[in-house]
Design a protein around this ligand. Structure first.
Ligand code: NAP
Length: 312
């Protein structure tokens, strides 16, 4: 494993911190204002339904956070919690009810689902116009083919806003390295960066020389799920580093059994080399929930033929 940069020139270079909380607060304020305008001018209150199956503690926390934020921005917010033993037909039946409900503009089925349920069948049951997670094949296809109207998954959508702000100029021609190829983060991030005319490299668990690959990136997006996998010595000086990873690691210094959240990038090392970097927590995480609100507002706007706002 590579060590931290050792030259004084490198260690002296302090990256700009990309403040995801501040940008998320801006997005949320815009969503709140636009939701109020939609209500006043068109009589529409955006509605978000979040469906949770089972009692996974992390999922419970995420779902509660989404519901709270939806209420905060003035949405109609509904949560359906189903027992872990719920069968697939019942879950799809609920999704179909929500598809028909005119008060609901966004449907999010929290993943992961219990092993006996085929998540693909459930995702395909959501009407594409209400698929605020952006996982339905229609939205995936629209994003990949550059067709208008794609609902973009929240985490990459938020990551792109942070990237654009950090670069502060068109991204065209920059080398972007995306580490991770999940449907939720890596693949849609690749599509978004391609649409910005970046030269995109996708790395994954079979990539032969990850360090060399990452070193080519003017932009590095890490969505791996491995604590501090990406070392500072792998980062091109001045690069923009977007750390999507959220990993709980033991933190005995905080007391017995305590943990702390770290990203997929070794933050201190990378911050000494990068031009700008997202912290964990406080970077991509807050953007994800803000973009869920933005996607729900957009779905509500489009349901009455209005153009949704943009957040660049
Ligand atoms: P995922 O579905 O598990 O995908 C992980 C990807 O990383 C896979 O493509 C995998 O490659 C690749 N990978 C695994 N080990 C690797 C290695 N040693 N070297 C290179 N690539 C490797 O994860 P995900 O859903 O995309 O999430 C990634 C991280 O982001 C997690 O920490 C998750 O908690 C976090 N996350 C954060 C937010 C947020 O709001 N901040 C939202 C979503 C996810 P293969 O395809 O070859 O297996």
């Amino acid at each position: 494993m590579a060590s931290a940069p050792s030259s004084s020139a490198e260690t002296a270079r302090a990256a700009t911190l990309i403040d995801g909380r501040a940008v998320a607060a801006e997005v949320t304020a815009r969503v709140t204002a636009e939701a109020a305008r939609l209500k006043a001018e068109a009589g529409i209150v955006p509605g978000l339904a979040v469906v949770l199956v089972g009692d996974d503690p992390a999922s419970q926390v995420y779902v509660a956070g989404k519901g709270r934020k939806a209420e905060e921005v003035g949405f109609h917010s509904v949560q359906h919690t189903l027992p872990a033993a719920t069968d697939q037909a019942t879950l799809i039946g609920l999704v179909e009810d929500l598809n028909r409900d005119p008060a609901i503009h966004g449907i999010l089925v929290q993943l992961p689902l219990p092993a006996h349920i085929d998540k693909h069948r459930v995702i395909e049951a959501i009407r594409p116009e209400k698929d605020v997670d952006g996982l339905h094949p229609v939205n995936v296809g629209r994003l990949a083919s550059g067709m208008p109207g794609a609902i973009v998954p929240c985490t990459p959508a938020g990551s792109l806003i942070l990237t654009r702000r950090a670069v502060g100029a068109p991204l065209a021609g920059l080398n972007a390295v995306v580490v991770g190829r999940s449907n939720l983060v890596g693949k849609p991030m690749v599509q978004l960066l391609l649409a910005e005319n970046c030269t995109v490299t996708v790395a994954h668990s079979r990539t032969r020389d990850l360090a060399a690959t990452v070193r080519g990136g003017d932009i590095v997006v890490a969505a791996v799920g491995r604590a501090e996998l990406i070392r500072g010595a792998w980062i091109k000086p001045g690069a923009v580093v977007i750390d999507v990873g959220m990993n709980r690691v033991p933190a005995p210094e905080r007391g017995e059994g305590k943990t702390r959240l770290v990203g997929d990038v070794a933050f201190d090392e990378a911050a000494a080399v990068a031009g700008a970097i997202t912290p964990v927590p406080g970077g991509v995480g807050p953007m994800t929930i803000a973009m869920l609100m933005a996607n729900t507002l957009a779905a509500a706007c489009l349901s009455v033929g209005r153009s949704p706002p943009s957040y660049d």
